[in-house]
Every structure is written in structure tokens, then in C-alpha cells.
Write a protein that binds this ligand. Sequence first.
Ligand SMILES: [Zn+2]
Length: 68
Amino acid sequence: MPIYEYRCKECGSAFEKIRPMREAEEPIDCPRCGQVVAKKELSVCCMSVSGGSGNAMAGGCGPRGGFT
Ligand SMILES: [Zn+2]
């Protein structure tokens, strides 16, 4: 299962959660303040290809990869 990163808009806390892809967009509770966080920040899959420049997003891991 992929790891997703979320950021709470209430307290600014960022946290990671391993979830099935179909639940990636589902709301999740912030572990720090308990607010419901609905926004997915990014996945570790994309983080692993970031080398510092913007070009990193062009290769590697697009949404069309389709590992379901
Ligand atoms: Zn929070």
C-alpha cells in the first residue's frame, strides 16, 4: 500500500498514513489536534524522485501509472 502525506490546515501538522489508494482522498483525523484533514499533500512515491529541480515531477510517478 502506498504512503500518503497529509497536512492539517488547523495546526499545520504534517503526517503520513499508509492507506489503500481508493481511500487516499478520504478525510482523515489529524493525530495532533483531531481536526479532520481532507487534503492529500503528496505521496512518498513522488518524494523519492525529487532531486531538487522542478523536472522531477515530469518523470517517475504520474497518476497514470495505475498501480491499483
Ligand atoms: Zn491538526
